[in-house]
Design a protein around this ligand. Structure first.
Ligand code: GDP
Ligand code: MG
Length: 201
């Protein structure tokens, strides 16, 4: 078998949108509530099969905080793909994503494949928005515990309509997907879709 082709992928986006959680879900198929913030950047690799070749993704997961902004070019320089992540429950995070996309246009490799990724899709699903669940009228201990664990997420709901983000992404010629690192929805797809668009020649 041929040597794996190495691909550099970078994740960018506001703090707490779920960048590290997306990588953890993709690489380890795992999720951690209240994940600690990334300091500087984190590195992981994952092999993916594409047609007859094996690709080794070198994934650079950056910190979202502004104080680490000056480090970002080190991570997106020479990257073949970027996931620019926002949180569908926080409209400001889409504005931040747009400014990352502009920065990539100016400063990254002109062939870079960029995906706009709307994460935390689970918080927009009907299952988490049903009044019955919130009222907890059954009063079972198990559902009470579940609610206690979900305190952080209480009151969070979609602020960014899918179509708003999608039409922006189309106008900028970007891939667009909504994901949930929590349930895994869309996560493998987003990494697969970017690898399909990378020019390997
Ligand atoms: P990062 O700063 O962008 O790397 O974000 P993290 O991966 O550290 O996640 C920030 C917080 O959001 C943590 O408490 C995660 O558990 C939570 N989180 C991440 N992804 C999701 C998701 O898809 N759904 C929900 N409900 N929470 C998520
Ligand atoms: Mg992080």
């Amino acid at each position: 078998p041929a040597k794996p082709i190495q691909i550099k992928v970078v994740l960018l986006g506001e703090a707490a949108v779920g960048k590290s959680s997306l990588v953890l879900r993709f690489v380890n198929d795992d999720f951690v509530e209240n994940k600690e913030p990334t300091i500087g950047a984190a590195f992981m690799t994952q092999k993916v099969r594409l047609d007859d070749s094996v690709l080794k993704l070198d994934i650079w997961d950056t910190a979202g905080q502004e104080r680490f902004h000056s480090l970002a070019p080190m991570y997106y320089r020479n990257a073949q793909a970027a996931l620019v992540v926002y949180d569908i429950t926080r409209a400001s995070s889409l504005d931040r994503a747009k400014s990352w996309i502009k920065e990539l246009e100016r400063q990254a490799n002109p062939n870079i494949v960029v995906a706009l990724v709307g994460n935390k899709l689970d918080l927009a699903s009907p299952a988490t928005d049903t009044p019955a669940e919130e009222e907890g009228e059954e009063g079972e201990a198990s559902s009470a515990n579940e609610e206690a664990n979900n305190d952080e997420e209480e009151g969070k709901s979609r602020q960014v309509p899918t179509e708003v983000a999608r039409s922006y992404a189309e106008s900028m010629n970007l891939l667009f997907l909504e994901t949930s690192a929590k349930t895994g929805e869309g996560v493998v797809e987003v990494f697969t879709e970017i690898t399909k668009k990378i020019d390997l020649s």
